[in-house]
Design a protein around this ligand. Structure first.
Ligand code: XUL
Ligand code: CO
Length: 437
């Protein structure tokens, strides 16, 4: 038997009464809610980079994490061991899906040809492991930000050769995502943004980014890749200003460049809060535009102003996320990818197990609570009542496009003034949510 990297048994559902820290208390994959299983609703995915590559160094200190699968070399054997650890982890945690960047799974070589060969070797192993376990790829992506060649960005670099290298890298990343049956492909900005406008031609850079994404869409079509493309908003980090700032900026960019038919959004909690929004705001905005594709599930820290990528454990947050997800009919082919890492002080392999159990249980509870609130119907009822004036009379006429300014003036001259407003009832609504937590 190959080496065991995570010293835990398979994590099973034991129910809310269990005191076993190595069990799910709420995530019961086969349990049906609103006609689908929990596994189908939640579509949990593991993020390869944080889980198996990130040693947890920070600007003040070196890596602390024990990673017994990693010999700190750039060898293929090391990459394969990392993959063995990953699949052991997915199986033990009942994670049906995973996500990766090309450079997470295979080392960069001396040139692009060698790098692609490295990737092919590891991807063949990943395919075998997927076939052995039934675990699938939620999305693939390309790392266009770690290597020094990308210091000015990739598709928005001032250097055309960098654009070309990034294009070649994304071409290959789409190919391996297709080979592994990935159902989405993600574009996160990386260093697509700027630090000072003094050296930046913003218009030119935005045009280049659009051209780049069109090339990806065209290539996918050419090779028959049918996965969903996703654009991931983030307002800052690593650059001062990222072009993919928030859901609204991303929707505008996609529409302005004729990409809205081909690309949806991957919304991440900590990116939403860095942009000064709540996660639910970003989800509602994207979904209302028909652009909600997938979720990177994590959270920030309310006292820290950077991307802490913590595991989500706040039930209020997961409940609100699941209320929006259920309202818009679910996430598939998207999913809930834990784009999260353990704290630098939590350096043992078992900490990654606790982290995922916590995140999965928090979302399972959020799902159950959201479904109970929906079954009760009180929130919907109060919302409908608040907008009741639009259901008939002048409101219905406006919504149907049957009114103009002259008609509304005549209506109001006749009426004299508006009917009194109703209370917004925010405090009562917040009390109602708390009753279900
Ligand atoms: C960075 C981030 C990325 C993307 C994939 O903040 O979220 O990991 O999700 O490139
Ligand atoms: Co992310």
């Amino acid at each position: 038997m190959s080496q065991e990297y995570f010293p835990v048994p398979k994590i099973e559902y034991e129910g809310p009464q269990s005191r076993n820290p190595l069990a799910f208390k709420h995530y019961n994959p086969a349990e049906a809610i609103e006609g689908k299983t929990m596994a189908e609703h939640l579509r949990f995915a593991c993020a390869w980079w944080h889980s198996f590559c990130n040693g947890l160094s920070d600007p003040f200190g070196v890596a602390t994490r024990q990673m017994p699968w990693d010999d700190a070399t750039d060898s293929i054997e090391n990459a394969l061991n990392r993959a063995r650890a990953a699949f052991e982890f997915f199986e033990k945690l009942q994670l049906d899906l995973y996500c990766f960047h090309d450079r997470d799974v295979a080392p960069e070589g001396d040139n692009l040809r060698e790098t692609n060969r490295n990737l092919d070797k590891v991807v063949a192993f990943l395919k075998e492991q997927q076939e052995r376990t039934g675990i699938k790829l939620l999305w693939g992506t390309a790392n266009l930000f770690s290597h020094p060649r990308y210091l000015h960005g990739a598709a928005t670099s001032a250097n055309a050769d960098v654009f070309a290298h990034a294009a070649a890298q994304v071409k290959k990343a789409i190919e391996v995502t297709q080979l592994l049956g990935g159902v989405n492909y993600v574009f996160w900005g990386g260093r697509e943004g700027y630090t000072t406008l003094l050296n930046t031609d913003m218009k030119r850079e935005l045009d280049h980014l659009a051209r780049f994404m069109h090339m990806a869409v065209d290539y996918a079509k050419q090779i028959g890749f049918t996965g969903q493309f996703l654009f991931e908003p983030k307002p800052k980090e690593p650059t001062k200003h990222q072009y993919d700032f928030d859901a609204a900026a991303c929707c505008n960019f996609l529409r302005a460049n004729g990409l809205e038919e081909h690309v949806k959004l991957n919304i991440e909690t900590n990116h939403a809060t860095l942009a000064g929004h709540t996660m639910q705001h970003e989800l509602e905005y994207a979904a209302a535009q028909g652009m909600l594709g997938s979720i990177d599930a994590n959270r920030g820290d309310e006292l820290l102003g950077w991307d802490t990528d913590q595991f989500p454990t706040d039930l209020y947050l997961t409940t609100k996320v699941m209320l929006t997800v259920l309202k818009y009919g679910g996430l598939a082919p998207g999913g809930l990818n834990f784009d999260a890492k353990v704290r630098r002080e939590s350096f043992e392999p078992v900490d990654l197990v606790y982290a995922h159990i916590g995140g999965m249980d928090a979302f399972a509870r959020g799902l159950k609570i959201a479904a109970a609130i929906r079954a009760d119907g009180i929130l919907d009822q109060m919302l409908n009542e608040r907008y009741a004036s639009w259901n008939e009379g002048i409101g219905a006429q406006i919504e149907a496009g049957e009114a103009d300014f002259a008609l509304l003036e005549a209506y109001m001259l006749e009426k004299g003034d508006v009917t009194p407003n109703k209370s917004g009832r925010q405090e009562l609504l917040e009390n109602i949510i708390n009753e279900y937590l």
